[in-house]
Ligand binder design. Sequence first.
Ligand code: SAM
Length: 240
Amino acid sequence: MASKVRLYVDHPLGEAQTVPLGRDQAHYLFGVMRLGAGAVLSLINSRDGEWDAQVVQVGKKGGVLICRAQTAPLQSPPDLWFLFAPIRKERTVFIVEKAVEMGAARIMPVQSDFTQAANRIRQEKLQAHAIEAAEQCGGTFVPPVDDLAKLSRVLAAWPADRQLMFCDEALIGDPVGLPDLPGPWAILIGPEGGFSPAERDRLRSLPFAHPVSLGPRILRADTAAVAALTVWQQALGDWR
Ligand code: SAM
């Protein structure tokens, strides 16, 4: 049996709640997935868990669904921000997808000193990839993807109670692990060129930033992203 179509909607979900569809959603459900009136699909909205919904109105430019029953509660990820310097387009998409699957609560692309200007991001495209990743992996929460921000500015406005796992490639050969500190956390991954000496000095001087090694080999940024999320989830997150 084909698996049920899952769709993210920015609309409340609840008993007998109707959900209007926009043009793109109608095209996807009725044009691409060939659903008709009476078909049942799953809805998520990052707030109300997962709901079974039925198609009650089909149109080319829109449609209407009605929620029938909750099929899963909301599963919020741990309070983990994921900061990364964008790299080439398809690898940046990979990083965003993996951050969603691995349970980041907020995705923050940052421009560091060695971030290539050509690797600018389109926030709305990355957000769409995040939605798709959550729809596909059975998640009920879609992390917001921020617009690109300068790393220096993000650090200047950093909340004092949030720890930062600073993945520092300069620690190769020096196995520094993650400190066992409670509370909200963030992970920071640098670009292909790594962190500049000035950035590294600044990061190392910040009381909330903890330089951490990801082993004896230099990892590509996309590999480092998955490795860091694995290390954090295993030590402090919801894998325990
Ligand atoms: N060009 C840099 C160099 O040769 O030293 C490597 C940068 S690496 C491709 C991209 C990012 O992945 C780094 O900035 C860091 O955040 C992370 N990273 C890769 N390998 C790592 C390691 N062994 N330990 C900690 N972080 C690592």
